[in-house]
Design a protein around this ligand. Sequence first.
Ligand code: GAP
Length: 482
Amino acid sequence: MANDTNTFQAIISHCKEYGFIFPSSEIYDGLAAVYDYGQWGSELKRNIRDYWWKSMTQMHENIVGIDAAIFMHPTTWKASGHVDNFSDPMIDNKDSKKRYRVDHLIEAHAEELKAKGDTAGADALIAEMRKLEAADDYAGLKTLIDEKKIKCAVSGTVNWTDVRQFNLMFSTEFGAVSSENEEDNKVYLRPETAQGIFVNFLNVQKTGRMKIPFGIAQVGKAFRNEIVARQFIFRMREFEQMEMQFFIKPGTQKEWYEYWKEARMKWHQSLGIPAEKYRFHDHVKLAHYADAACDIEFDFPIGFKEVEGIHSRTDFDLRNHQEYSKKKMQYFDTEINQNYIPYVIETSIGLDRSVMMVLSHAYTEEDLSTPEKADSRVVLKFPAKLAPIKLAVFPLTKKDGLPELARELMDACKPHFKCFYEEKDAIGKRYRRQDAIGTPFCVTVDHQTKEDRTVTIRFRDSMEQKRVHMDEVKTLILAEIF
Ligand code: GAP
């Protein structure tokens, strides 16, 4: 059984062993911080994505969705501030040549102090770092590292460069035409999906005849050249975001910010995760576009960490796009007969982090030992609506007409939800395999089914079994997954 400190490692191994998540291009030893979703991981991810999409675009009459391209005109990223501001302070160790994110280096040192019992020293160090970060005081950060004699984990020396900013955007070349000036062909892989929404604000508003307040939602890939990419799918270089920009009248941002904080926290709890697993973290150092911001943090096995950001972005983005594109980004408000550039509240949640959150909460190791026999199981207790497979159908044996009846049940259910059919091995073994991938319902077709068309339905979490009519199975499961 895994203890608190190795639960995270156990989840990573489980994800690989049971077809959820694999290191990218693993046959070539993988690519750092890039992962592939396997057969069950991609179903889980799609279910979370669909649940978010539905809750935004179907449950809110004033929110519509779009699907913008990953490549955008390079000026987009000038206007958004990403070319100049989207960077992390970094420091290199001259001996090992290893590059560190300054906050990670200092945080690791604080952890060491804590482990030695110097909690006050660790807290003071973090507080000092936050103060210097908030003031963009890079020389001060370097002095702090020198004063505390923070060592490189590889070389063990304190031989550091100055602290420098390192831009996190990936760039590539666009088109086949070579240019004297490489910058002419340079495009970026978007570091957030939000800008695809901003540049389409007027297209959507006009063609959809949208009235403020209204929202535009989008799900898609984003790319960041994270320097210290670690912790499995928590910090990746290629990841997916689910973002929604809510366009509002200037001056109403405080109330809408509070509205979306509450609405998003409710959404998280609707995943079947209890309130105490979440907390808000207000930003002290605001991003270049925000006048208020907070994170929703989840209690991962590695501690409380951000899954979602809620940002009051003012009119920063639309105003800058207006300035750089020379195209008006205004909305005419018929209620007050005035033009204005709308303000924006953004909700931005990482899809991969949501997958990790749902997996972390679902992962359960159970000791089922009896005095006679040692036994245990690993079960993923996903809410039924998110489970990769909803129903597994097992004929007790491969003969006597049982597979035909099981196939009949499969055919009745598979147009409605994801089903799985299996004939091999003892029923107990088949149940355990489905527990390990989080299938909430298993149905066994046996000889009695031939007589009265009843089957045994087995519930994943309680392991309770009951006899129901074959024709009831579909309705029973449909009631659980919506
Ligand atoms: N448009 C605002 C924005 O991008 P952010 O806080 O930088 O804000 C939003 O990112 C969310 O995207 C985060 O809360 C996180 O869930 C996810 N995210 C950000 N960087 C990530 C990374 N490198 N790997 C996985 N998820 C990431």
